[in-house]
Design a protein around this ligand. Sequence first.
Ligand SMILES: Cc1cc2nc3c(=O)[nH]c(=O)nc-3n(C[C@H](O)[C@H](O)[C@H](O)COP(=O)(O)OP(=O)(O)OC[C@H]3O[C@@H](n4cnc5c(N)ncnc54)[C@H](O)[C@@H]3O)c2cc1C
Length: 423
Amino acid sequence: MTYSKRDTNYDIIVAGGGFAGCAAAVAAARTGKKVLLVEKSGALGGAANVNLVNPFMRYYTKDSEGKPHTVLSRGIFGEIVSRLGEKGGIRGNIFSEETLKSVLDEMCTEAGVRVLFHALVCGADASDGLVKSVSAAGKSGIMKLSASYFVDATADADLSFLAGFPCRLGREKDGLCQPMTLCFRVGNIDTGLFRKSSDIMQKAYLEAKESGATDNPRENILCFATLSPGVVHFNTTRIVKLDPVDPFDLSEAEIAARRQAADIVKLLREKVPGCEECVLLSTASEIGVRESRMIDGLYMLTSDEIKACCRFDDGIAACNYDIDIHNPEGSGTSHYYFKGEDYYTVPYRCLVPAGSKNLLAAGRCISVTHEVQASVRIMPVCCCLGEAAGIGAALAAGAGCGVAEVAPSAVRAAITEAGGFVG
Ligand SMILES: Cc1cc2nc3c(=O)[nH]c(=O)nc-3n(C[C@H](O)[C@H](O)[C@H](O)COP(=O)(O)OP(=O)(O)OC[C@H]3O[C@@H](n4cnc5c(N)ncnc54)[C@H](O)[C@@H]3O)c2cc1C
């Protein structure tokens, strides 16, 4: 596919270049459609890039001995993992976000996706369920970009909201969302000694909380290994009760979370063996948002259904990650774990905003309850949801029909043919 620089009309526009958006764009472009991927930052990868989120949470079932059995997230996600492996950019579930950025650049380029960085989708021209164009803010003003079909992979359902489709925010009873977290990396750690010092670190953290040395409401310190020797990944700041789609609240959250990160680094240096000379290498460029707006779709998947491991006729992605809820009000994290071989599927209808003719949603903003979002939101599953949306939009474009009229069996067949898994 060749594009002229000022091309403003596409078959499909995908808003947001995270796992969901990249998979949607690549899947659609591979069918020969003219696809524009609009991303507000300067690289692909979404939360893995802008929020430093790592590693991939579990996307396979386990057998009776606890060994990996069925891989649930395959297709484009499987290709990404393979390409990361070929470049030495993954070990187990831990990956290099720098390698990820180049893998996604390559996959989009090879598929013929036109990528537009530094462009924030900030408006939509829509009526009667039909989106005609989106506005994107760039350095020189607002661009109008048109397409026949659209995919909202902004994570916050920005496009659906701007186009006037009904959306919800957070949990049903009070609208509170899961906490926001600014991830950060600390280097120059003797990781051998650090691993043995976990109890000391957790005790020191509880003491710091009690003495008021930090206002972080999280119950413990959550950290992970990285691919780099001496570097540890921290996913442990916690900001609650702020609105993740309000820039003023987000600004307050960034500042408070940076303070919490500094508190932890001080504590590490002063109290934790192996960390005496540690340095804060980076905080994420943006605070991570676990949950925000979600669309009201043709179907809303509920926790009863996923706990019963429902597999739907129009299932387009499979998941068994636990219902992992970081307390929206303060301390504590609750988990509901699926048994080894169990999994559920996500219906295609959860990607279709109610009343939409040509817009699909993908990633963590699909139509599910607060509890279900706590399970489907992981990167491998978001990638599969994106692939399904890209295929759904491409099939609708091919047939010239509405996105709700696409036969789910055709979406499922195309996913399976491309190496994906639909349950
Ligand atoms: C702190 C934290 C820790 C997490 N830990 C893990 C973990 O360990 N493992 C795991 O698998 N998952 C984890 N997750 C969940 C996971 O990272 C996200 O749910 C997932 O990445 C969502 O994918 P997505 O493609 O829907 O959205 P995102 O990855 O958020 O991508 C959305 C993209 O859209 C862009 N964008 C947003 N709005 C606009 C707009 N208006 N116009 C243009 N572009 C826009 C953004 O810049 C971004 O690139 C974590 C999430 C957070 C916040």
